[in-house]
Design a protein around this ligand. Sequence first.
Ligand SMILES: Cc1cc2nc3c(=O)[nH]c(=O)nc-3n(C[C@H](O)[C@H](O)[C@H](O)COP(=O)(O)OP(=O)(O)OC[C@H]3O[C@@H](n4cnc5c(N)ncnc54)[C@H](O)[C@@H]3O)c2cc1C
Length: 381
Amino acid sequence: MTINILILGAGFGGLQAATRLKEELNDSVDITLIDKNDSFLIGFTKFDVMFGRRSSEEVKSYYKDLGIEGVNFVQDTIVDIDTDNKIVKTISADFSYDYLIVALGADLAPEAIPGFVEDGYEFYSLRGAEKINPVINDFESGNLLISIFSKPYKCPPAPYEAAFQLHDLFVKKGIRDNINMKMLIPGPIPLPIAKNVSAEIEKLLKERNIELLKKHKVVELNPVKKEAMIENNDSVSYDLFIGIPVHKSPKVIQDSALGNNGWVSVSKDNLETNFEKVYAIGDVTSIPVGDLAVPKAGALAEDAANVVANDIVNKIQKGEKNYSYEATGSCYLEFGSGEVSKINTNFLGGTEPQITLEGPSIDFRNDKENFEKERIKKWFK
Ligand SMILES: Cc1cc2nc3c(=O)[nH]c(=O)nc-3n(C[C@H](O)[C@H](O)[C@H](O)COP(=O)(O)OP(=O)(O)OC[C@H]3O[C@@H](n4cnc5c(N)ncnc54)[C@H](O)[C@@H]3O)c2cc1C
């Protein structure tokens, strides 16, 4: 009987898991990939939309053009995951499985901060990136706040990237001196898991005259007074407020036995959940690193997908296990004017997380462009 592998979510993790499994197992398995959307995009292309370098259509790759031969793609919303009976329900069908890979990512909850939907802007959703573009183009003077409401959030350097690129935009327009830029973060340093890179980011912010307000957790916006309310009853006034929306585990996960009302817990070794042959990868998981957790990033979701594919191949072919999840990957930090830094990570391979920052340099621009091109070429026709 053919083995059924069901993959939930066709983002970084789901697409890579399908690719690796097909490469290794070819026609000996049936692979079904389910996603509610009609298209995929690389996370960092939202900056291109935000800054008007590309349109939303230009950054999307449609699943109708999926290039992973033999994978059955279903566009539908998953409404129930029943790990006892090994059944996943979508709005219009039920799917059984022998192996299940959950790669449903993280949902955004802008409504979690009162006043934010009414008077704040974000660039973490494609719609948010589209909406913010004319706003930043029209902004000429006043207080600009960029706030990280809470952890965890996707791609921890991304808010700083936004600040650097906004600075660059205002310098080019000759209006930087009219704008007071501040970043408000809930913690004591920019990237708590990476002290060395945090120091570098602080330096880069200072060089650009972007004030960093640490331990400033914004809990509410007052759209009438144009004030961001801080947890300790302070407030900071704004003319333009940009926030990183609160992230939460998808509802279908929270409602299932996997989510336990939050993110999915997995074995650090092979990313299997508490349920046999049920795996979870990418942003939907929470994997401890000391007191912190492996960050949510596409490159790490891809690394996780490779480990899970290896584990499934190993189980099916009864092979020798010679891999484990180290959470390795590279991520890019865009500064505007073509300059890019590269952050290389290995969170679980050693006794301490290893994180290095190279650049900024024009040289990493090609690297970043190739990161996107290679993935689209691998996953789409
Ligand atoms: C501005 C920005 C910049 C970024 N830059 C980088 C970067 O430089 N490097 C990097 O590595 N990462 C970056 N990221 C983060 C990266 O995009 C995510 O971490 C990555 O997409 C996570 O992959 P994933 O497979 O876990 O989830 P996703 O890619 O989010 O995929 C989850 C999929 O599940 C689907 N889904 C969810 N719920 C359901 C449901 N109920 N039914 C059906 N389908 C469902 C969704 O439609 C989605 O396609 C950035 C993110 C942002 C916002």
